[in-house]
Design a binder for this molecule. Structure first.
Ligand code: BV8
Length: 232
């Protein structure tokens, strides 16, 4: 059994078969809204009702969603692989945790979190958030979803760079490789000597950076890869 340190980056594609929309696929979330309007601080400032509505709908949808075979396979890998397994997810849903994964970093935040734009207080988000909600700590009407919008610094970046430098294997699952800094993780891991694998429905924009690729739905190719990894 290898004691490889495995770092896994997941994107919206791993949750697609759980019924949660991706961003850039046909009919995806960005097809219904412009990024600038719903996933930037400027868009939130311009129309907080629109942005709260966008995230309230996603929070309700995600709360009802169940993990699929890909999430479950990654939880099994964490439980049974003798080396360290870390999931860095771009996703704001909680499907990795619902599947049993413990070692998860949400670099773009979570739908389950609320943040005060005035005092930085964080608390569990209510099912619906509205622009007139008051921060439980400072009382300001400055509450927002605790997600990372475009132009904002993703969370846990120091930890993530350290783990990428130490990785023996880096796997990207269900991500188009369109958003930075996540899109650059494969190069960072490869520079540290990691073997790099892309598991995706179709080649991402960064496919040429990966040493190994496998294409198909995550619920098929991720369990297959985990079985192979655990038998090494
Ligand atoms: C930042 C919010 C720096 C929460 C999101 C170069 C360097 C650094 C930054 C930049 C740069 N160039 C541009 C930038 C700025 C920008 C950026 O990357 N822009 C892009 C559009 C070019 N990046 C940022 O602003 C980031 N911040 O860099 O800060 C900084 C420095 C100093 C000071 C301040 C800041 C912040 C980025 C975070 C933005 N927030 N989401 C939310 O609403 O969810 S990003 C958004 O896109 C999602 O969170 C998602 O995670 C992300 C990526 O999308 P994917 O997950 O890849 O999903 P996508 O739909 O694109 O693809 C799905 C894939 O799945 C496809 O490949 C498909 O084939 C596959 N698939 C589909 N079905 C299946 C499947 N695979 C398997 N099975 C299936 N069934």
């Amino acid at each position: 059994m290898s004691k490889d340190k495995i770092v896994i980056l997941t994107g919206a594609g791993i949750s697609a078969e759980s019924g949660l929309g991706t961003f850039r696929d046909e009919g995806g979330l960005w097809a219904q809204h412009r990024i600038e309007d719903v996933a930037t601080p400027e868009g939130f400032h311009r129309d907080p009702d629109l942005v709260h509505g966008f995230y309230n709908a996603r929070r309700a949808h995600a709360a009802k969603a169940s993990p699929n075979a890909a999430h479950t396979a990654l939880a099994q890998l964490e439980a049974e692989h003798p080396g360290n397994v870390l999931i860095v997810t771009q996703n704001v849903d909680a499907l990795h945790e619902k599947a049993g994964s413990k070692n998860v970093l949400h670099m773009h935040g979570t739908l389950a979190g609320a943040l005060c734009g005035r005092c930085d207080h964080r608390w569990p988000a209510p099912p619906e958030m509205h622009k007139d909600d008051l921060c439980p700590a400072c009382g300001s009407a400055a509450t927002r979803p605790d997600v990372v919008w475009f132009g904002e610094m993703p969370y846990h970046m120091d930890d993530i760079w350290t783990h990428l430098a130490q990785a023996d294997t880096f796997v990207a699952i269900g991500t188009s490789g369109e958003v930075y800094p996540a899109a650059a993780f494969v190069q960072e891991a490869a520079m540290g000597g990691a073997h790099t694998i892309e598991l995706n429905l179709e080649p991402s924009t960064r496919v040429s950076d990966f040493a190994e690729t496998c294409f198909g739905p995550a619920t098929r190719i991720v369990p297959d890869w985990v079985t192979q990894e655990l038998s090494r």
